[in-house]
Write a protein that binds this ligand. Sequence first.
Ligand code: FES
Ligand SMILES: [Fe+2]
Length: 370
Amino acid sequence: MIASIAIAPEHYVSEDTFKQELEHVFKKQWLFIGFRDELANHNDFLTLDIAGFPIVVQNFDGELSALLNICSHRKARLQTAPKGNRPLRCPYHCWSYKAGGRLAGIPANNQEFQLDESQKAALGLKQFAVDTCGNFVFVRVSQDGPSLRAFLGDCFGMLEDFSAHFNDPVHSGRYVWKSNWKLAVETVLEVYHVPGTHPDSFSNLARAECDIISIAPHNLGNTPLLEAPKKWWAGVRKQLKLNQHPTLDEYNHVFIYPNLAIGLTNGSLMSVQTYDPLNREETVLHYRLRMVSTPDGPAREGALKRAVVANFTEFNHTILEEDRIMAESCQLNYAHTATPALLGKCEDRIRLFHDAWRTDNDRANSEGAK
Ligand code: FES
Ligand SMILES: [Fe+2]
Protein backbone atom coordinates (compact mmCIF):
# COMPACT_ATOMS: atom_id res chain seq x y z
CA MET A 1 0.00 0.00 0.00
CA ILE A 2 1.31 3.47 -0.81
CA ALA A 3 -1.57 5.27 0.89
CA SER A 4 -0.97 7.22 4.10
CA ILE A 5 -3.24 7.64 7.12
CA ALA A 6 -4.81 11.03 7.84
CA ILE A 7 -5.30 12.76 11.20
CA ALA A 8 -7.98 11.00 13.28
CA PRO A 9 -11.55 12.32 12.75
CA GLU A 10 -11.87 13.37 16.42
CA HIS A 11 -9.36 16.19 15.77
CA TYR A 12 -11.85 17.84 13.41
CA VAL A 13 -14.64 17.94 15.99
CA SER A 14 -12.98 18.02 19.42
CA GLU A 15 -13.14 21.22 21.47
CA ASP A 16 -9.91 20.24 23.26
CA THR A 17 -8.05 19.86 19.96
CA PHE A 18 -9.40 23.18 18.79
CA LYS A 19 -8.24 25.00 21.97
CA GLN A 20 -4.84 23.35 21.61
CA GLU A 21 -4.62 24.51 17.97
CA LEU A 22 -5.39 28.09 18.93
CA GLU A 23 -2.51 28.08 21.45
CA HIS A 24 0.03 25.89 19.65
CA VAL A 25 -0.65 26.54 15.98
CA PHE A 26 -2.33 29.91 15.48
CA LYS A 27 -0.61 31.82 18.30
CA LYS A 28 2.79 30.24 17.55
CA GLN A 29 3.07 30.47 13.77
CA TRP A 30 3.39 33.45 11.43
CA LEU A 31 -0.06 34.23 9.97
CA PHE A 32 -0.76 36.16 6.78
CA ILE A 33 -2.94 39.21 7.47
CA GLY A 34 -2.89 41.12 4.15
CA PHE A 35 -0.73 43.09 1.76
CA ARG A 36 1.72 45.87 2.50
CA ASP A 37 0.10 48.04 -0.17
CA GLU A 38 -3.14 47.88 1.87
CA LEU A 39 -1.16 49.48 4.71
CA ALA A 40 0.62 52.12 2.65
CA ASN A 41 -0.65 55.23 4.46
CA HIS A 42 -0.65 56.58 8.01
CA ASN A 43 -3.62 55.05 9.90
CA ASP A 44 -4.27 52.30 7.31
CA PHE A 45 -5.18 49.14 9.22
CA LEU A 46 -6.05 45.46 8.74
CA THR A 47 -7.70 43.24 11.33
CA LEU A 48 -7.59 39.49 11.85
CA ASP A 49 -9.69 37.32 14.14
CA ILE A 50 -8.63 33.81 14.99
CA ALA A 51 -11.37 32.07 16.99
CA GLY A 52 -12.37 35.41 18.50
CA PHE A 53 -8.78 36.45 19.30
CA PRO A 54 -8.55 39.92 17.73
CA ILE A 55 -5.44 41.43 16.15
CA VAL A 56 -4.99 44.77 14.38
CA VAL A 57 -2.01 45.81 12.24
CA GLN A 58 -1.84 49.56 11.77
CA ASN A 59 0.49 51.98 10.00
CA PHE A 60 1.69 54.78 12.33
CA ASP A 61 3.68 57.28 10.25
CA GLY A 62 5.11 54.46 8.14
CA GLU A 63 5.79 52.08 11.04
CA LEU A 64 3.66 48.92 11.31
CA SER A 65 2.48 47.80 14.75
CA ALA A 66 0.61 44.53 15.38
CA LEU A 67 -1.55 44.93 18.47
CA LEU A 68 -4.29 43.30 20.48
CA ASN A 69 -7.45 44.88 19.10
CA ILE A 70 -9.04 45.30 22.54
CA CYS A 71 -9.27 48.63 24.36
CA SER A 72 -7.53 48.73 27.75
CA HIS A 73 -10.43 50.71 29.30
CA ARG A 74 -13.55 48.55 29.17
CA LYS A 75 -12.47 46.13 26.48
CA ALA A 76 -14.33 47.30 23.39
CA ARG A 77 -13.01 46.33 19.95
CA LEU A 78 -10.82 49.20 18.66
CA GLN A 79 -10.98 48.68 14.90
CA THR A 80 -14.17 46.92 13.89
CA ALA A 81 -13.81 46.74 10.09
CA PRO A 82 -11.65 44.13 8.27
CA LYS A 83 -9.60 47.03 6.82
CA GLY A 84 -9.71 50.79 6.54
CA ASN A 85 -8.09 54.09 7.48
CA ARG A 86 -8.85 55.68 10.83
CA PRO A 87 -6.90 56.58 13.97
CA LEU A 88 -6.57 53.81 16.55
CA ARG A 89 -9.25 55.30 18.78
CA CYS A 90 -11.83 53.33 20.72
CA PRO A 91 -15.38 53.91 19.46
CA TYR A 92 -16.80 53.50 23.02
CA HIS A 93 -15.21 56.31 25.14
CA CYS A 94 -12.51 57.51 22.70
CA TRP A 95 -9.31 56.36 24.39
CA SER A 96 -6.66 56.56 21.67
CA TYR A 97 -3.43 54.69 20.97
CA LYS A 98 -0.25 55.28 18.98
CA ALA A 99 2.68 53.25 17.60
CA GLY A 100 3.61 50.26 19.73
CA GLY A 101 0.13 50.36 21.32
CA ARG A 102 1.10 53.21 23.67
CA LEU A 103 -1.84 55.10 25.15
CA ALA A 104 -2.06 58.48 23.43
CA GLY A 105 -5.07 60.09 25.00
CA ILE A 106 -7.82 59.67 27.61
CA PRO A 107 -10.74 62.12 27.38
CA ALA A 108 -11.11 64.11 30.62
CA ASN A 109 -8.30 62.19 32.33
CA ASN A 110 -7.91 64.87 35.02
CA GLN A 111 -11.54 64.71 36.12
CA GLU A 112 -12.20 61.02 35.55
CA PHE A 113 -9.03 59.01 36.27
CA GLN A 114 -6.03 61.22 37.14
CA LEU A 115 -3.67 58.62 35.67
CA ASP A 116 -0.04 59.74 35.69
CA GLU A 117 2.42 58.92 32.89
CA SER A 118 3.63 55.61 34.36
CA GLN A 119 0.05 54.46 34.99
CA LYS A 120 -0.81 55.36 31.39
CA ALA A 121 2.26 53.47 30.15
CA ALA A 122 1.03 50.33 31.91
CA LEU A 123 -2.23 50.53 29.93
CA GLY A 124 -0.62 50.14 26.50
CA LEU A 125 -1.94 47.47 24.14
CA LYS A 126 -0.25 44.09 23.96
CA GLN A 127 2.10 44.08 21.00
CA PHE A 128 2.88 41.20 18.65
CA ALA A 129 5.53 40.45 16.04
CA VAL A 130 4.89 41.80 12.55
CA ASP A 131 7.08 41.43 9.47
CA THR A 132 6.84 41.54 5.69
CA CYS A 133 8.01 39.36 2.83
CA GLY A 134 7.70 41.50 -0.30
CA ASN A 135 4.09 42.66 -0.29
CA PHE A 136 2.92 39.93 2.13
CA VAL A 137 2.40 41.00 5.77
CA PHE A 138 2.54 38.38 8.53
CA VAL A 139 1.90 38.58 12.28
CA ARG A 140 2.85 36.26 15.11
CA VAL A 141 1.27 36.40 18.56
CA SER A 142 3.99 34.46 20.36
CA GLN A 143 7.00 36.53 21.44
CA ASP A 144 9.36 33.64 20.71
CA GLY A 145 9.94 31.81 17.48
CA PRO A 146 11.88 31.91 14.23
CA SER A 147 12.12 35.02 12.09
CA LEU A 148 9.66 35.27 9.18
CA ARG A 149 12.53 34.60 6.77
CA ALA A 150 13.53 31.41 8.63
CA PHE A 151 9.87 30.32 8.89
CA LEU A 152 9.25 30.73 5.16
CA GLY A 153 12.58 29.17 4.17
CA ASP A 154 12.77 28.68 0.40
CA CYS A 155 9.24 30.11 0.06
CA PHE A 156 10.52 33.55 1.13
CA GLY A 157 12.04 34.28 -2.30
CA MET A 158 8.88 32.97 -4.03
CA LEU A 159 6.59 35.32 -2.15
CA GLU A 160 8.94 38.24 -2.88
CA ASP A 161 8.82 37.28 -6.55
CA PHE A 162 4.99 37.02 -6.58
CA SER A 163 4.86 40.46 -4.93
CA ALA A 164 6.76 41.96 -7.85
CA HIS A 165 4.37 40.55 -10.47
CA PHE A 166 0.85 40.27 -9.08
CA ASN A 167 0.10 43.76 -7.86
CA ASP A 168 -3.27 44.70 -9.32
CA PRO A 169 -5.88 43.92 -6.62
CA VAL A 170 -9.05 43.26 -8.60
CA HIS A 171 -11.39 41.48 -6.22
CA SER A 172 -11.68 40.09 -2.69
CA GLY A 173 -14.33 38.51 -0.52
CA ARG A 174 -15.07 36.11 2.27
CA TYR A 175 -17.22 33.07 2.91
CA VAL A 176 -18.05 31.22 6.11
CA TRP A 177 -17.81 27.46 5.73
CA LYS A 178 -19.38 25.08 8.23
CA SER A 179 -16.27 22.95 8.44
CA ASN A 180 -13.19 22.67 10.60
CA TRP A 181 -10.34 24.83 9.25
CA LYS A 182 -8.25 21.72 8.41
CA LEU A 183 -10.98 20.28 6.20
CA ALA A 184 -11.23 23.64 4.42
CA VAL A 185 -7.45 23.71 3.84
CA GLU A 186 -7.50 20.13 2.57
CA THR A 187 -9.88 21.01 -0.28
CA VAL A 188 -7.14 23.10 -1.85
CA LEU A 189 -4.25 20.66 -1.39
CA GLU A 190 -5.15 17.99 -3.91
CA VAL A 191 -6.50 17.67 -7.45
CA TYR A 192 -7.73 14.07 -7.03
CA HIS A 193 -11.21 15.54 -6.34
CA VAL A 194 -11.34 17.60 -9.54
CA PRO A 195 -13.29 15.17 -11.81
CA GLY A 196 -15.84 14.41 -9.06
CA THR A 197 -16.26 17.83 -7.44
CA HIS A 198 -15.57 20.19 -10.34
CA PRO A 199 -16.74 18.37 -13.52
CA ASP A 200 -17.78 21.60 -15.28
CA SER A 201 -15.42 24.13 -13.69
CA PHE A 202 -11.86 23.28 -12.61
CA SER A 203 -11.91 20.26 -14.96
CA ASN A 204 -11.95 22.77 -17.82
CA LEU A 205 -8.88 24.53 -16.42
CA ALA A 206 -6.31 21.92 -15.44
CA ARG A 207 -5.50 18.22 -15.46
CA ALA A 208 -5.97 16.15 -12.28
CA GLU A 209 -2.19 15.65 -11.95
CA CYS A 210 0.19 17.29 -9.56
CA ASP A 211 3.96 17.56 -9.00
CA ILE A 212 4.46 17.90 -5.28
CA ILE A 213 7.38 19.54 -3.51
CA SER A 214 7.84 19.63 0.26
CA ILE A 215 9.40 22.69 1.86
CA ALA A 216 8.39 21.68 5.38
CA PRO A 217 6.17 22.83 6.97
CA HIS A 218 5.01 24.31 3.64
CA ASN A 219 4.49 22.58 0.28
CA LEU A 220 4.02 23.25 -3.41
CA GLY A 221 1.91 21.64 -6.11
CA ASN A 222 2.17 22.25 -9.84
CA THR A 223 -0.67 21.16 -12.10
CA PRO A 224 -0.61 21.37 -15.93
CA LEU A 225 -3.13 23.79 -17.42
CA LEU A 226 -5.24 22.74 -20.40
CA GLU A 227 -4.68 24.50 -23.75
CA ALA A 228 -8.03 26.38 -23.76
CA PRO A 229 -7.39 28.45 -20.59
CA LYS A 230 -3.82 29.15 -21.76
CA LYS A 231 -5.23 30.55 -25.00
CA TRP A 232 -7.87 32.55 -23.12
CA TRP A 233 -5.21 34.14 -20.91
CA ALA A 234 -2.92 34.82 -23.90
CA GLY A 235 -5.82 36.74 -25.51
CA VAL A 236 -6.54 38.66 -22.29
CA ARG A 237 -2.88 39.61 -21.87
CA LYS A 238 -2.68 40.80 -25.46
CA GLN A 239 -5.80 42.94 -25.24
CA LEU A 240 -5.04 44.40 -21.81
CA LYS A 241 -1.27 44.61 -22.59
CA LEU A 242 -0.45 42.60 -19.47
CA ASN A 243 2.92 41.14 -18.54
CA GLN A 244 3.10 37.42 -17.79
CA HIS A 245 5.19 35.94 -15.03
CA PRO A 246 8.32 34.64 -16.84
CA THR A 247 8.30 31.07 -15.49
CA LEU A 248 4.99 30.23 -13.80
CA ASP A 249 2.70 29.42 -16.71
CA GLU A 250 0.73 26.40 -15.42
CA TYR A 251 -1.46 26.19 -12.31
CA ASN A 252 1.17 26.73 -9.65
CA HIS A 253 0.14 26.44 -6.03
CA VAL A 254 1.93 27.27 -2.78
CA PHE A 255 0.68 26.34 0.67
CA ILE A 256 2.18 28.22 3.61
CA TYR A 257 1.45 26.42 6.86
CA PRO A 258 -0.90 26.66 8.67
CA ASN A 259 -3.57 28.40 6.59
CA LEU A 260 -2.36 30.40 3.57
CA ALA A 261 -2.89 29.11 0.00
CA ILE A 262 -1.63 30.91 -3.10
CA GLY A 263 -2.77 29.76 -6.54
CA LEU A 264 -1.26 31.18 -9.75
CA THR A 265 -3.00 30.69 -13.09
CA ASN A 266 -0.87 30.88 -16.24
CA GLY A 267 1.44 33.46 -14.65
CA SER A 268 -1.41 35.97 -14.93
CA LEU A 269 -3.66 35.71 -11.88
CA MET A 270 -2.85 35.17 -8.21
CA SER A 271 -5.52 33.94 -5.82
CA VAL A 272 -4.56 34.28 -2.15
CA GLN A 273 -6.76 32.43 0.33
CA THR A 274 -6.67 32.17 4.10
CA TYR A 275 -8.65 29.74 6.23
CA ASP A 276 -9.20 31.38 9.62
CA PRO A 277 -10.98 29.28 12.23
CA LEU A 278 -14.06 30.79 13.83
CA ASN A 279 -14.65 27.77 16.04
CA ARG A 280 -14.04 24.03 15.77
CA GLU A 281 -16.60 23.64 12.98
CA GLU A 282 -16.70 27.00 11.21
CA THR A 283 -14.01 28.66 9.12
CA VAL A 284 -13.73 32.03 7.42
CA LEU A 285 -12.35 31.68 3.91
CA HIS A 286 -10.95 35.01 2.82
CA TYR A 287 -9.84 35.29 -0.81
CA ARG A 288 -7.99 38.04 -2.65
CA LEU A 289 -7.53 38.04 -6.43
CA ARG A 290 -4.58 39.96 -7.89
CA MET A 291 -3.78 40.21 -11.58
CA VAL A 292 -0.49 40.90 -13.35
CA SER A 293 0.06 44.50 -14.47
CA THR A 294 1.06 46.18 -17.71
CA PRO A 295 4.62 47.57 -18.00
CA ASP A 296 3.16 50.93 -16.84
CA GLY A 297 1.17 49.67 -13.85
CA PRO A 298 -2.28 48.11 -13.37
CA ALA A 299 -4.37 47.65 -16.54
CA ARG A 300 -6.66 50.57 -17.29
CA GLU A 301 -10.18 50.24 -15.88
CA GLY A 302 -12.78 49.77 -18.60
CA ALA A 303 -15.38 47.42 -20.02
CA LEU A 304 -12.86 44.80 -21.13
CA LYS A 305 -11.07 44.61 -17.79
CA ARG A 306 -14.42 44.49 -15.99
CA ALA A 307 -15.56 41.59 -18.20
CA VAL A 308 -12.29 39.67 -17.61
CA VAL A 309 -12.46 40.21 -13.84
CA ALA A 310 -16.16 39.22 -13.78
CA ASN A 311 -15.27 36.04 -15.69
CA PHE A 312 -12.62 34.74 -13.28
CA THR A 313 -14.44 36.04 -10.20
CA GLU A 314 -17.47 33.96 -11.15
CA PHE A 315 -15.22 30.97 -11.87
CA ASN A 316 -13.56 31.38 -8.46
CA HIS A 317 -16.97 31.57 -6.75
CA THR A 318 -18.21 28.41 -8.50
CA ILE A 319 -15.15 26.40 -7.51
CA LEU A 320 -15.22 27.56 -3.90
CA GLU A 321 -18.92 26.73 -3.61
CA GLU A 322 -18.29 23.23 -4.98
CA ASP A 323 -15.45 22.77 -2.48
CA ARG A 324 -17.56 24.14 0.39
CA ILE A 325 -20.28 21.54 -0.19
CA MET A 326 -17.73 18.71 0.04
CA ALA A 327 -15.94 20.12 3.11
CA GLU A 328 -19.26 20.60 4.93
CA SER A 329 -20.38 17.07 3.98
CA CYS A 330 -17.20 15.56 5.44
CA GLN A 331 -17.46 17.72 8.58
CA LEU A 332 -20.92 16.35 9.40
CA ASN A 333 -19.68 12.80 8.97
CA TYR A 334 -16.46 13.19 10.98
CA ALA A 335 -18.64 13.24 14.10
CA HIS A 336 -19.84 9.70 13.27
CA THR A 337 -16.65 7.88 12.45
CA ALA A 338 -13.45 7.02 14.27
CA THR A 339 -11.66 5.63 11.22
CA PRO A 340 -9.10 8.04 9.75
CA ALA A 341 -9.21 8.94 6.08
CA LEU A 342 -6.83 7.32 3.59
CA LEU A 343 -4.66 9.60 1.47
CA GLY A 344 -3.55 8.54 -2.00
CA LYS A 345 -0.43 9.61 -3.90
CA CYS A 346 -2.22 12.59 -5.45
CA GLU A 347 -3.27 13.66 -1.94
CA ASP A 348 0.27 13.68 -0.59
CA ARG A 349 0.20 17.44 0.10
CA ILE A 350 -2.45 16.68 2.74
CA ARG A 351 -0.05 14.19 4.33
CA LEU A 352 2.62 16.93 4.38
CA PHE A 353 0.12 19.32 5.96
CA HIS A 354 -0.75 16.68 8.55
CA ASP A 355 2.95 16.07 9.26
CA ALA A 356 3.35 19.79 10.08
CA TRP A 357 0.20 19.72 12.21
CA ARG A 358 1.41 16.60 14.07
CA THR A 359 4.71 18.35 14.83
CA ASP A 360 2.80 21.22 16.48
CA ASN A 361 0.45 18.80 18.20
CA ASP A 362 3.30 16.67 19.57
CA ARG A 363 5.07 19.79 20.85
CA ALA A 364 1.85 20.90 22.55
CA ASN A 365 1.47 17.49 24.19
CA SER A 366 5.08 17.38 25.37
CA GLU A 367 4.83 20.94 26.79
CA GLY A 368 1.56 19.94 28.49
CA ALA A 369 3.24 16.88 30.04
CA LYS A 370 6.03 18.98 31.63
S1 FES B 1 -13.89 50.76 26.20
FE1 FES B 1 -12.51 51.83 25.00
S2 FES B 1 -12.56 53.83 25.68
FE2 FES B 1 -13.93 52.80 26.97
FE1 LIG C 1 -11.59 22.03 -5.27
